[in-house]
Design a protein around this ligand. Structure first.
Ligand code: ADP
Ligand code: MG
Length: 390
């Protein structure tokens, strides 16, 4: 039994005084490339990481849902009859939001959500929260998988991803796309997940990292800017404005060949936002094609170009993220970029294993020289998606 699993069972027992029916877990993710493309119906290429959130769960005879998390004090409890998407807040909005979203999904299939039974849920996690590794999706997807089974809901993994997204959009109020939940539910060891967010087709693509002697470092800058939420929403609005002005349903309807027309129609700022999304979609496809023909050591230029695009066109980087990326590149990384929604959080560097320690140490020194707080740097490997552990 893994340490997290044991911890999850023990924590459940300490909160609820009995053993759980089972333990489910779901990983965080890093996005290799394809940022702010998911809500534009575009392409993204994330991977599930070897840091997970476990939920130990037990069915109840009544309609109460009780949730506890080892990261937060207290037990929050609510009847399924009182689940109001506008009335939930704080960390418990994530697990309770999933319960609400899943009962909504079942209701839409014409099933009687009034007969669902309550559940006790205890969360334990080793996904750092707020670091851009989608601890939120790890919570949503582990809870969605547990409820799917305890409620006999029979939803497939793509439907579960939409349940998690609905919880995040409607209950938490974050206008995020489908990427995080898809990666957490569909991840596979040593594979990236190519997502087509328009058709919702997904494909596991071998990364070949260990065979090529390379790996991914996450550089968590441990910064998070207060305008992150507003910044995310305003970027999303710019993309919608750009699509409307150019007469397409979403920016997926545009290719690189449309950029000259976009430049003549849009104001300068909206054009830069659009150019990021259009070129980023192309970089995702180029990265996957290059992986297949030449292996991971050849994809660095796409990662580097993605960072420049996020820094200059989408304007979601920060001084800390730029320094993490530029020092990784100077220290010999194959490629590096900020990852996640931006305005703080983490960067990734693809490095040869024999220089990984040197790159990590060099970045720490660069941060110290710049007077920034020490970053938290750790390797991640592409890992299995959400599953029942016991
Ligand atoms: P990210 O997903 O990048 O880590 P978010 O702001 O989207 O950052 O989600 C972080 C939030 O998710 C936390 O503030 C908390 O509300 C919730 N969360 C994450 N992990 C847990 C956990 N183990 N238990 C309870 N809530 C969690
Ligand atoms: Mg999140």
């Amino acid at each position: 039994m893994t340490e997290l699993l044991q911890r999850g069972r023990d924590y459940f027992s300490s909160q609820f005084g009995t053993a759980p029916d089972g333990v489910w877990s779901a990983p965080g993710r890093v996005n290799l490339i394809g940022e702010h493309t998911d809500y534009n119906d575009g392409f993204a290429f994330p991977l599930a990481i070897d840091k997970r959130t476990a939920v130990a769960a037990r069915s109840r005879a009544d309609r109460m849902v009780r949730v506890a998390s080892s990261s937060f004090p207290g037990v929050v409890e609510l009847s399924l009859d009182d689940l109001d998407p506008d009335g939930l807040s704080g960390w418990a909005a994530y697990p309770l939001g999933v319960a609400w979203a899943m009962s909504e999904a079942l209701r839409q299939e014409g099933r009687d959500a009034g007969r669902l039974t309550g559940v006790d849920l205890a969360l334990s996690s080793d996904v750092p929260a707020g670091a851009g590794l989608s601890s939120s999706a790890a919570v949503e997807c582990s809870v969605a998988l547990a409820l799917n089974e305890l409620w006999g809901a029979g939803l497939d993994r793509q439907e579960l991803a939409r349940v998690g997204q609905l919880a995040e959009n409607r209950v938490v109020g974050a206008p995020t796309g489908i990427m995080d939940q898809s990666a957490s539910l569909l991840g596979e060891p040593d594979h990236g997940i190519l997502l087509d967010c328009q058709s919702l087709r997904t494909e596991a693509v071998p990364l070949g990292f260990s065979a090529a002697g390379v790996g991914l470092l996450v550089i968590d800058t441990r910064t998070s800017h207060s305008h992150a939420d507003g910044g995310y929403a305003s970027r999303r609005r710019s993309c919608e404005d750009g699509a409307r002005s150019l007469g397409v349903r979403s920016l997926r309807g545009l290719g690189p060949e449309d950029l000259p027309r976009a430049a003549s129609v849009l104001d300068a700022q909206t054009f830069r936002r659009v150019r990021h999304v259009v070129t980023e979609n192309q970089r995702v496809l180029d990265t996957v094609a290059m992986l297949r023909t030449s292996g991971p050591a050849a994809i660095g230029p796409f990662l580097n170009a993605s960072h420049v695009s996020m820094r200059d066109d989408f304007e979601i980087s920060t001084a800390e993220l730029d320094l993490a990326v530029s020092s990784a590149q100077e220290l010999g990384a194959i490629g590096s970029r900020m990852t996640g929604g931006g305005f703080g959080g983490a960067a990734i560097a693809l490095v040869r294993n024999d220089v990984a320690v040197r790159v990590a140490e060099g970045i720490v020194q660069a941060f110290a020289r710049a007077g920034f707080a020490a970053p938290h740097i750790f390797p991640v490997t592409a890992s299995a998606g959400a599953r029942r552990d016991c």
